[in-house]
Write a protein that binds this ligand. Structure first.
Ligand code: UDP
Length: 370
């Protein structure tokens, strides 16, 4: 049977959608296979009571790359949302990321010099020259008080491992600044699509064939005949039937409720940083779009260890997993006609702009060759 498409794209998340958009624009025929009943992977949003609900957790678009910002603006109008989450530690409210507001609430300090002096004092008590793990890195950055109240409990709930066994890279995602600036991301461009991410993905995929509820891995012989090249954005270990043992991921469980009140928590994101509260954070979706609807939709987010059959969310990039991923990568490089990408295909804790960058790069390379 002759191939009917130029590219078979497995997964309609951001990686697959950007690749498909670029290929379609270059005049290629693409088929997107999506195993869920909707587009967008974990970016999927759904309107409930007039509110765009982030069904698979909060997604706030941010980037320093102007061309990526221009690219996404072709498919969505972005609002001016700036992420300013707060942390709730046993009823005490702190601003995030760690900044002068946090330091003032924690120690009563007012000037940057006073805050630096306090952090320096705490750091000296437990300074580690070459930090090897998340705990040592965090204490070096912000001192032990902030580590204990705002980092340790949250991180251990989110990752299910002691901070002494986690790689430092995770905590380096968070800025530390000595200004009164609650803007979480140090990004030149940020916002949320006014009509939701699903609408953005729909626009990216305009003109592209999409089949829902189809698992490529269960029917790969049939599907691989349809196109000479497959772009695979699912989990790399699942593709190879977990033959080198599964990689580890964290998974999430969401409990969502519509509440008959206008404003539940006064902010889009509240992190619960103590160990005893079972959820990590609470999302009130309307605040992502400055909503004034009479009702509100709220999601409680719980983190747990992933097991096969569940949705993987966060790759756990510690030494053991990265080495296993390296072995899967070797298999992937020998796999003819298949390109792996996205957070799960590359087993990397990517932000959305990094996923887009990666998809654009692969599409430029492939479209030059085919
Ligand atoms: N983190 C923390 N306390 C917080 C928020 C984040 O200790 O209140 C740490 C935690 O280790 C987390 C990491 O910072 O895994 C990265 O947080 P980010 O908000 O970037 O995570 P994401 O939004 O991707 O889940």
């Amino acid at each position: 049977m002759p191939a009917t498409y130029d590219f078979l794209i497995v997964g309609s998340g951001l990686y697959g959608a950007v690749f498909a958009q670029q290929a379609f624009e270059a005049g290629k025929k693409c088929l997107v296979l999506e195993r869920r009943p909707h587009l967008g992977g974990n970016l999927y949003t759904q309107r409930v009571e007039g509110v765009e609900v982030h069904r698979y957790g909060a997604h706030i678009f941010h980037t320093n790359n102007e061309s990526i910002w221009r690219y996404v603006n072709r498919f969505a109008a972005f609002n001016r949302f700036v992420n300013m989450p707060v942390a709730n530690y046993k009823g005490e409210i702190y601003n995030l990321p760690f900044n002068m507001n946090t330091f003032n609430r924690m120690w009563g300090v007012v000037t940057p010099a006073q805050a630096q002096e306090e952090i320096e004092r705490q750091r000296k008590e437990s300074f580690t020259d070459a930090p090897q793990n998340l705990e040592q890195t965090a204490i070096n950055l912000v001192g032990s008080d902030i580590y204990k109240k705002l980092i340790k409990g949250y991180t251990e709930k989110q990752w299910g491992r002691p901070c002494t066994e986690l790689p430092p890279g995770i905590i380096r995602r968070l800025p530390v600044r000595f200004t009164y600036d609650n803007n979480y991301f140090n990004a030149a461009f940020q916002g949320i699509p006014v009509d939701g991410y699903t609408s953005m993905i729909e626009k990216m995929l305009c003109g592209v064939d999409v089949v829902f509820n189809e698992d490529y891995l269960k029917n790969r012989e049939k599907y691989s005949k349809l196109a000479p090249i497959a772009i695979y954005s699912g989990p790399i270990d699942e593709y190879f039937g977990y033959r080198l043992k599964p990689l580890e991921y964290r998974s999430l469980r969401f409990e969502t409720k519509t509440l008959d009140m206008e404003n539940y928590q006064g902010n889009a994101l509240v992190n619960y940083t103590d160990r005893d509260t079972p959820y990590t954070r609470v999302i009130e979706h309307k605040h992502f779009n400055f909503g004034r609807q009479p009702k509100t939709v709220v999601t409680w987010e719980f983190s747990h260890e992933w097991s096969p059959g569940e949705e993987p969310y966060y790759p756990i990039e510690d030494e053991a997993n990265l080495s296993r991923y390296g072995a899967y990568r070797e298999l992937a490089e020998k796999e003819p006609g298949v390109i792996f990408g996205g957070r799960l295909g590359a087993y990397k804790y990517f932000d959305m702009d990094q996923v887009i960058e990666q998809a654009l790069k692969s599409s430029f390379e492939l479209l030059e060759r085919y």
